[in-house]
Design a protein around this ligand. Structure first.
Ligand SMILES: *Cc1c(COP(=O)(O)O)cnc(C)c1O
Length: 390
């Protein structure tokens, strides 16, 4: 066993050597069905040919210059993202947490411009926004904050999917400058809010001159069946962050801004050495081309519904299944007890699943999962849940 890695992850005892589509092979040659996709990262599947070709070609052309100079592919990617999102401009980072840091800096500076010296960002309980000190402070999960005090000031948390709770905070605290929220909470347990939740937050942000910040790091790039989850609601946020699936495995994040939020950060305010370098942008452009290809996002919605239906049917009458939820290919099966052991049990059966919030099985399969693979996934998982909850 390796001993030179910091033990920041409780790892499964498997090491993967190769992948193709929704399949992975471990170092002994055993095959697994991947319903995690690197936590919503490899949405196009492993070893996607268009992404591989873009990386090969770009690596032989130019990897990196610096944001001190023009970067053609970065400008092209920003244009494409603006077109797909309805947002005005983009700051590129290397991860989700960094994209959220940019969003938080926009919120704070926006507050200062309004004459608020101690700006506060309102975020949600059970939220997850990252592991840096700023994004950890924003996160609404006391367990992962334990041991890292002092956290940053300037955050308040309210219950998710509770508009009156937001209204009460706004009435109590005039320093609130932004509301930051995930359209579907991922790490928090695949929590899906009321259909008009984001619309109500949009109205409150307009009424109180606040920035609406959507953390679409997990939901973005088609995971819910639209390119961005807010497109189900017919609204636009002021700031939107993306990362995970944007590079299909190549690290890249983005903070998109619009209108009054788009002009807040100016030269010297923020930066990143690697952010938006030619290699990462080449990968992301290839991803966007493939994700927006005819019919793919419609198939995400259909496959999500198919998995939901199969699990609902197989698990009907199991009183230990508290709920089955999905939005596109973000699927959660909540049990009435902690169920982390299911991850290892499924692995033994050759299927990768995830458990989050202690009691919720989370499935984030690649969009390319086919009917036979869906049958294998839902069959294996429902049998395991039946066995586990007996
Ligand atoms: C994964 C995730 C993050 C953090 O992204 P990193 O790339 O791990 O820094 C932030 N917010 C949400 C909603 C996420 O799912």
């Amino acid at each position: 066993m390796t001993s030179h890695l910091m033990p920041t992850y409780a790892r499964q005892s498997v090491t993967f050597a190769r992948g193709e589509g929704a399949w992975l092979w471990d170092s002994t040659g055993r095959r697994y069905l991947d319903a995690v996709a690197g936590i919503a990262v490899c949405s196009l599947g492993h070893a996607h040919p268009a992404v591989a070709d873009a990386l090969c070609a770009q690596s032989r052309t130019l990897l990196h210059t610096s944001n001190l100079y023009g970067v053609g592919l970065q400008a092209q990617l920003a244009d494409r993202l603006a077109e797909l999102s309805g947002m005005d401009n983009v700051f590129f980072s290397n991860s989700g947490a960094e994209a959220n840091e940019a969003a938080l800096k926009i919120a704070r500076k926006y507050g200062h411009q309004k004459g608020i010296d101690e700006p506060v960002v309102l975020t949600m309980e059970k939220s997850f926004h990252g592991r840096t000190m700023g994004t950890l402070s924003a996160t609404g999960n006391t367990k992962i904050k334990q041991g890292f005090a002092p956290l940053l000031a300037g955050f308040r948390h309210v219950a998710y999917n509770d508009v009156p709770a937001i209204e009460a905070e706004l009435a109590a605290d005039a320093n609130i400058v932004a509301i930051m929220v995930e359209p579907v909470q991922g790490e928090g347990g695949v929590n899906i809010p009321a259909p008009d939740y984001l619309n109500r937050i949009r109205e409150l942000c307009d009424r109180h001159d606040l920035l609406m910040i959507l953390d679409e790091i997990q939901t973005g790039v088609g995971r819910t069946g639209r390119f961005l989850a807010y497109q189900h609601n017919g609204i636009l946020p002021d700031v939107c962050t993306m990362a995970k699936a944007l590079g299909n495995g190549v690290p890249i994040g983005a903070c998109l801004a619009r209108g009054k939020a788009a002009d807040v950060l100016t030269a010297g305010n923020h930066g990143s050495t690697f952010g938006g370098n030619p290699l990462a942008c080449a990968a992301a452009l290839a991803v966007l081309n493939s994700v927006t290809a005819d019919g793919l996002l419609d198939s995400v919605a259909a496959k999500g519904a198919q998995i939901h239906a199969a699990l609902s049917q197989a698990l009907a009458g199991n009183s230990h299944v508290a709920a089955i939820r999905h939005k596109g290919l973000m699927i959660g099966v909540e049990l009435d007890r902690p169920c982390g052991e299911l991850v290892g049990m499924a692995l033994e059966q050759g299927v990768l699943i995830n458990v989050t919030a202690d009691n919720t099985i989370r499935l984030l399969p690649p969009f390319v999962i086919d009917d036979a693979q869906i049958a294998m996934l839902t069959g294996t998982l429902s049998a395991l849940i039946q066995e586990f909850s007996r």
